[in-house]
Design a binder for this molecule. Sequence first.
Ligand code: NAP
Length: 328
Amino acid sequence: MKRKLRLGLLGTGVAARTLYLPAFARLGDRIEVLACASRHRENAAGYARLAGIPVVARDARELFSLPHLDAVFISLPIHLQPRYVLSALAAGKAVLSEKPLAPNLPAGRRLVAAAGRYSSPWLIAENYAFLPELDRLRSWLHQGRLGEVRLVEVRQVTWMDRRNPYFNTAWRARPRHLGGFVLDGGVHLAHVVRRLFGMPVELKRLTAAFATDLPPIDTAVAVLRFPGGAVGTWTSCFSARDPGPLLRVLGSRGNAELHRDRVVRRTAGGRETTYRSGVDSYEAQLRHFADVVLDGAPPAFTPADGLADLTLIASICGRGALPRPAPR
Ligand SMILES: NC(=O)c1ccc[n+]([C@@H]2O[C@H](COP(=O)([O-])OP(=O)(O)OC[C@H]3O[C@@H](n4cnc5c(N)ncnc54)[C@H](OP(=O)(O)O)[C@@H]3O)[C@@H](O)[C@H]2O)c1
């Protein structure tokens, strides 16, 4: 039987409760969460009771110094992530840290450079990288099933108000990270787009702030040109409603749509193929982290990937330029 990853968790907020608690419950064969900590000890203690975690550390320093932990998962407000990633690496722990890796591009670059001093594995928790639906769409593209790709339409349109638990987190109401929800949620789609089509070579954007309780912006629209020649549109809006697909790809032989739970391909003749994996991407990413730390598996999603995703979404939010395309 494979050894279990001995994990500590820093940050026991909404994501830890709603996304990772169910995943930890299914990962008992591979991951033991042996300790946790949070800003308020009573919140960490409540989480420990729910998750059956035996040790509640006083703070991050105590958590990172526990000798029986192989690794820590850091799930804190975005602006706090870099400092804790570095102190966990300095303590010799392998690290899984939330997306986006930093609150803005300069901070991301500094973090990646500083982390280069340490030898422990560090992965970014970009769960979209573990969606089999994304792999399926990628293989359709590589097999030419859609023909030449001409249009790429990205759409993340979600009504965000106090009924959504993320709205109620104080650090999101007064964000110290770039772009508010456009960055927080949009970094996932930056990954999808980059993975499928590469880093855009050209981008023009407009941003807007419609809802005063969603600072600093809740909307960004961009037009993009990709290395393969396709052109695209990007729409992020957290103050309107649209349950449609996250991505539409229109090619000379067919179209495809990526939804939250499935990917659909339609031929020019109207024949439809749907693929739905049923995989929980949070569970898959944690299992992969255990494989990297315990078995030396090559990381599927590196800090360099996280930095590239941040580069794209920061550019859409109105900060920073895309890297210059390499000369042909
Ligand atoms: N991959 C995904 O799909 C996904 C989805 C949602 C969120 N996330 C990421 O998960 C991370 C946490 O998000 P969340 O929604 O779980 O946030 P949250 O509910 O506010 O949780 C934040 C956690 O950080 C702790 N914390 C430590 N210092 C803090 C400070 N100065 N201010 C506020 N909290 C502090 C909080 O402690 P106390 O509870 O003790 O106050 C809490 O445990 C973010 O990086 C976010 O981008 C990822």
